[in-house]
Ligand binder design. Structure first.
Ligand code: NAP
Length: 317
């Protein structure tokens, strides 16, 4: 009889129940234990659990589990998880799902095309009842920079290239993927920004990337460049963003992620004319495909006894 698996989340009960059902269906031989709202495991069998499946677990929820060997996140981004100092020093596996990368590529293409074809400007003209045409630039003359060339960034780069945009990436290592040039590290930061019309953020949130998109970064972009933030809200210094939009340094920002989510009522970003707000929908996790991926990892562990490789917790992603 395999040891039970813990499912620990801070999701609404209905959402957690849907995850539980999808996971039970994908792993029929496994016992899945839940946790109470306070994050304390509700069953006496929990001390023998070797695996925890988590989605934003409440801080401390995984502390003091003597048999825990590894943790699987149901999300691709694990920033909140790795910041929890009570998390035991076990491997953390994040969700890597081609369906998620495909959805993100779609969302990036939608945003870039929206900006490329001046749709925010035409929306404003419509509000004013103004019939005015603006020149259309060919996609190849539009330079798009993707910050982060991992699962999300490389899928997005491929699609943007297929549409015809001139694409470059920026990452820690500078590893080129699918023929997309990739700059790397702080030394090429200014160079990457200087030739960017549309900047798309797909970085993980780490100590190094928090607050990266600030006044100084915006000033390095050509005047009137646009920003798409699909990474995390804390990558952007909100006050600096608003200042850059007000001053025309940036022409528009499409924002899907925020420091506080949901974005509070009355927050000034809601009504800023230079901002498009999305409620964290760029690439939602798909229940069935994510559950199948988690189940395959669990199955491999049960068959081999080998703990799967996790993220680099010191690096933060
Ligand atoms: P990933 O595969 O781990 O890729 C991360 C990329 O960022 C890599 O290219 C990495 O460089 C680069 N990077 C990390 N730290 C860096 C630094 N300090 N300087 C420069 N580059 C750095 O992650 P992913 O699966 O693509 O996901 C990225 C993020 O997208 C997630 O962490 C999450 O925050 C966000 N996300 C958002 C949504 C949404 O709906 N809005 C959905 C899913 C994910 P190397 O290639 O050199 O390692």
């Amino acid at each position: 009889m395999p040891s039970p698996i813990l499912l620990v989340t801070s999701l609404e009960p209905a959402e957690e129940a849907a995850w539980r059902a999808a996971l039970v269906e994908a792993m029929p031989g496994e016992t899945l234990l839940g946790a109470t709202e306070s994050g304390h495991v509700e069953s006496g069998a929990a001390p023998s659990a070797e695996i925890a499946i988590v989605a934003n677990p409440p801080p401390g929820a995984l502390a003091g589990l003597p048999a825990l060997r590894w943790v699987h996140s149901l999300w691709a981004g694990v920033d909140r998880l790795v910041l929890d100092e009570t998390l035991p020093p076990v491997p953390v596996v994040r969700l890597v799902d081609p369906a998620l990368a495909g959805a993100m590529a779609e969302a990036v293409a939608a945003a870039v095309l929206h900006l490329h074809r001046d749709l925010p400007r035409y929306a404003e003209q419509q509000r004013q009842g103004l019939w005015r045409q603006h020149a259309v630039r060919p996609a190849r003359e539009r330079h798009v920079t993707l910050l982060g060339m991992g699962e999300m960034g490389s899928a997005a780069a491929k699609l943007l290239q297929a549409i015809g945009f001139t694409v470059q990436g920026w990452s820690r290592s500078g590893t080129a993927r699918d023929g997309v040039p990739v700059l790397s590290g702080p030394e090429s930061w200014a160079r990457a920004l200087a030739c960017t019309d549309i900047l798309v953020n797909l970085l993980p949130l780490t100590v190094e990337t928090r607050g990266l998109l600030d006044r100084e970064a915006f000033a390095r972009l050509p005047r009137g460049a646009a920003l798409v933030n699909y990474g995390r809200g804390a990558h952007v210094v909100e006050g600096d963003l608003i200042e850059a939009l007000d001053a025309g340094v940036l022409s528009h920002a499409i924002l899907d992620v925020f420091e506080t989510e949901p974005l509070p009522r009355g927050h000034r970003l809601w009504s800023h004319p230079g901002v498009t707000i999305l409620p964290h929908v760029a690439a939602p996790t798909t229940l069935a495909s994510a559950a199948a991926i988690v189940a395959a990892t669990v199955r491999a562990f049960r068959e081999t006894g080998r703990v799967p490789a996790g993220i680099d917790r010191a690096r933060g992603y």
